[in-house]
Design a protein around this ligand. Structure first.
Ligand code: ATP
Length: 204
């Protein structure tokens, strides 16, 4: 099974890294790919350019096997529609199950994503929740795809919705950018190699 984890990663931080590692282990993934977007269609433009957000991801994952960076959204350019990303991934990996991981905050906006229902043609969607998260308030299309059986995700290559609780660290890229803008120390919120890169290039 392959997992993908999209984001702006502006910058990558331990909230992303820890959850990516946890789900890699929980689902026994062969690989989890972090996919930095080029232009996020549903939010403000990132502060750092794509090439630098990509470089920070590479630095953060330097010593990790099976946690990789996938550059297809940056290579493609334009608005980074997830459905297009899944179509191109599917063409590459064949029929293997593909898990798209999204945070519970991103999930609340899912039905506004471009062709969001088609995501399920190409992948399962796994929502990373806090323990105790209540998944009741979802629409019928989503309710019909909901499963509580993790094994189903192995048996089919796409089409199901699953909620997985993870250790959510209260870290956000927004807060990190603010800390840096105020010349305070972002230490222990993100990898030291990324902090050095941010300093070197005077980001944020
Ligand atoms: P920003 O503060 O700029 O909005 P962010 O820290 O939320 O950024 P994104 O790159 O927008 O990071 O998020 C990418 C994905 O990571 C989303 O699915 C989001 O839900 C998830 N995510 C972000 N922060 C955390 C965290 N601390 N723990 C778990 N998941 C997170």
């Amino acid at each position: 099974m392959i997992g993908i984890y999209g984001g702006t990663f502006d910058p990558i931080h331990f909230g992303h890294l820890r959850t990516a590692l946890e789900v890699k282990e929980i689902f026994a993934l062969d690989e989890i790919r972090l996919i930095p977007c080029f232009i996020p269609p549903h939010r403000d433009s990132p502060s750092a350019p794509a090439s630098m957000r990509l470089r920070m991801l590479e630095l953060a994952l330097e010593d990790r096997t099976n946690m990789t960076v996938d550059t297809r959204e940056i290579d493609r350019g334009g608005p980074s529609y997830m459905v297009e990303t899944l179509i191109s991934l599917r063409a590459e990996i064949g029929e293997r199950p593909l898990l798209l991981f999204i945070g519970a905050d991103a999930f609340t906006g899912l039905t506004a994503w471009y062709q969001w229902q088609r995501l399920f043609e190409f992948a399962h969607v796994v929502v990373m929740t806090r323990p105790g998260f209540n998944a009741q308030t979802i629409d019928e299309f989503l309710t019909n795809r909901l499963t509580e059986d993790r094994q189903v995700l192995n048996e089919y290559s796409a089409g199901y919705l699953f909620f997985q609780s993870v250790t959510r660290l209260e870290i956000s890229a927004t807060a990190i950018r603010q800390i840096i803008a105020k010349h305070r120390d972002p230490g222990f919120l993100l990898p030291e190699s990324v902090i050095q890169y941010i300093r070197q290039h005077k980001l944020y």
